[in-house]
Design a protein around this ligand. Structure first.
Ligand code: GUN
Length: 285
């Protein structure tokens, strides 16, 4: 039996349509949702991501203002720009694309963004709210993963969930969201013993290690749901994830492809967060 392929592109399209309806309602109330996107330097992958984010804003009906700053921008200048954007009432969301050049302290920059405009959900105040079950911004990729599972008709409640990877952007927050959905969650990482045995118990496996073939067929229970967050290149330069897709899709019940799985969801959830930002700022007024 081969796995149900979870179509991230289609689900992301639906979420963007829903966001477009909300954006239209806001415009009818005289509010133009606006995202400020800050890119420092010329990291080519970051340029592609930022461009895709701007295109999505346009499609959904959210204004985007982009700040493309030189590689040698000082930390002080960046913090000053963030301060200006924090105070600008027309700007609802602020996104500083990571990674930043080495001479800039990322933590300091994340801390400088107003928690009320933090559409990435990177600020410690928003990360804390995520852990205590508060409302507001949700981290884009992790929230996208939850949407992929639920909108494909699968439940998380009571399921054994294994997350491989413990990054601040994906591993840790997706574990917290799975827990919020009443999953029983295990977080695995490079020091985990008997990874294969742990994975074999899982009903849902999220793989976010950044390493090809982290998850192979022998590690997956028949019928398990497999979510692949990876974005790597194989020996022929072809995009691939962290999962051995050809093999694992023979045993999994459902699987996300790369590309076309988790990737499109990150941007769709960012659009939702931009609209959440408008609501938060309305409440604060
Ligand atoms: N770099 C890689 N992923 C992300 C993301 O989701 N947001 C930001 N700001 N930078 C990133």
């Amino acid at each position: 039996m081969s796995a149900n392929i979870i179509d991230g592109k289609a689900i992301a399209g639906k979420i963007k349509e829903e966001a477009a309806e909300v954006a239209l309602q806001l415009k009818e109330q005289g509010i133009m949702p606006c995202l400020a996107v800050v890119l420092v330097g010329d990291n080519s992958a970051s340029k592609v991501y930022v461009n895709n984010k701007k295109k999505a804003c346009e499609a959904v009906g959210i204004d985007s203002i982009s700040y493309e700053m030189p590689e040698d921008l000082s930390e002080e200048e960046l913090l000053k720009l963030i301060d200006t954007l924090n105070k600008d009432e027309k700007v609802h969301g602020i996104l500083v694309q990571l990674p930043l050049p080495k001479h800039i302290n990322e933590t300091k920059v994340i801390m400088a963004i107003s928690p009320n405009k933090d559409v990435d959900c990177f600020h410690p105040q928003n990360v804390g709210a995520l852990h205590t079950g508060g409302q507001g911004f949700l981290p884009c990729t992790p929230a996208g993963i939850i949407e992929l599972i639920l909108r494909s008709g699968y439940s998380i409640s009571g399921k054994r969930c294994v997350v491989i990877g413990r990054s601040n952007i994906v591993g840790k927050p997706v574990a917290m969201l799975l827990l919020r959905e009443n999953g029983t969650v295990t977080i695995c990482h490079s020091k985990t013993k008997d990874l294969s045995e742990v994975c074999k118990q899982a009903d849902i496996i999220v793989v976010a290690t950044g390493k090809r073939n982290t998850l192979t067929k022998d590690m997956v229970k028949e019928g398990a749901i497999v979510i692949d967050v990876g974005m790597n290149r194989d020996e022929n330069g072809k995009l691939c994830g962290d999962v051995d897709y050809a093999e694992v899709s023979q045993v999994a019940g459902a699987i996300t492809p790369v590309p076309g799985g988790v990737g499109p969801m990150t941007i769709a959830m960012l659009m939702k967060n931009c609209l959440t930002a408008v609501t938060i700022q309305k409440i604060l007024k």
